[in-house]
Structure formats: C-alpha cells, structure tokens
Write a protein of this length. Sequence first.
Length: 246
Amino acid sequence: MGMLHADNTVYAQLVMDIGPEKARDAAERLGIKSPMATNPSIALGGLAQGVSPMEMPSAYGTLSANGMYAEPVAITRVEMPDGIIDYQANPQPRKVVKDGAAYEVTKVLEADIEKGTSSKANIGRPAAGKTGSTENLQDAWFVGYTPDLSTSVWIGYPDQQLPMDNVHGGQVWGGGFPATIWKDFMTTAIKDKPVRDFALPKEKVDFKKLTGKYVLYSGGDAPAAPVDAYGNTGRTTAGTVTDGNE
C-alpha cells in the first residue's frame, strides 16, 4: 500500500532498517551507474548528482527482462547502402537478481498503474511503472516498462532548479504530464507488438520477516519501544523479498 499511495515514509524507514548500503548495491546491480552516497536520503533519490533519463529505463528494463541486465547502447546496427552490415551491437545480458524477485517488483509497479498514483500511464495492456516528484516541483518523472520496452520521461530545467507550479496552468508532478507523455509515446511505440503479460518466474522467491525499529507498527498489540527519529513509538515486522545477492 505504501507504493500505491506514494508514501515515502515507508521506504525511508525500510532503508534505515536494511541499511543504505544494500539499497545502493541493489541499484547498481540493476543498472544505475551514477555515484550514490550511502546515507538515508538514498531512499528518496537524494543523490548529489542525480540519475540520468538513460539510467532509469536501463534499471527498470532489468526488471522487465526478468532480472537480466544488459548495457544500453545508442546504435544497435549500421547497414551500408549495399546491404553489408558494418556494425551490429552484441549486448551480453547477465543475471543480477532472481527472476522471482524481479517479478514481485513488477507486479507491485503494475498495480501502481492500475490503481495507484501512476494511473494516467495506463495503456490498456500489461505495463509497470512509477511516478517521481522532487521538492518544490523542480523535477517530475515517470518511468515504466512493458515486456517489450522500457521508457523514462523527465520534465524539469537542466541547468537550474525552478518550481514547475504553473505549466499550462497547472503544477507538474510525476503522475501528471510525465505519465501522460509516457502513455502517448508507448501507445504508439508498441502498437504493433502483440499484447502479452510479464513472464512468470522460474526461481523461488524467499519472503522473510523484517523486524526493525524504524518501521511503523500496524495492528495488534505493539511491544513497548522508544520513540525513534521519525516519531514512531512502536515496532513491527514487514515482508520483504530477498534476491539471493545480499
């Protein structure tokens, strides 16, 4: 529910419990190459340099490809006028997470398009994605994928941080213009592709209970606990998925 309601406190607390280092390592395996400091702000994308619109669909594409990462290339093929192939890209995909773990993330992101903050990106066929908005509406993202294609949309000012609070008469946030642009582009880009669902995983996913002092308590009788840095007074256990690479 934290994903569907874009409740960032859930992920801030989760990162504090598992450790920012694990969050960074997972992002790097998926395809993020930009420098990432291992501090609590990594949970909400608080990076000194930021992530490029190329890296984001690369990482999401790893999820679409069942946990297989391939280095993105700009040119896939060069064919000469006489038909001779002068260049052919030869990507070498490698497995970075279990396909079961990738599938579980995909199902959550698919639900976000169906009934969460990403609903304006619904293209009427299997797709998964997530919105992103920074403080003061300075950046707005939507990144999503189908079984065939991963695409990112970023709106903002490349050389300065200006609030986008009056663009075509409205505010710019991830679930607005970026999600709509993504929908319009993807509808055309994959219109000739057959409709198919995301592939079922072959590997088992291990669910473990995560007990941490930063996670909100929900339901039942909470054990006594001191107030933490977020003002929470209880502790709880939450489900998490392991990918075998911890």
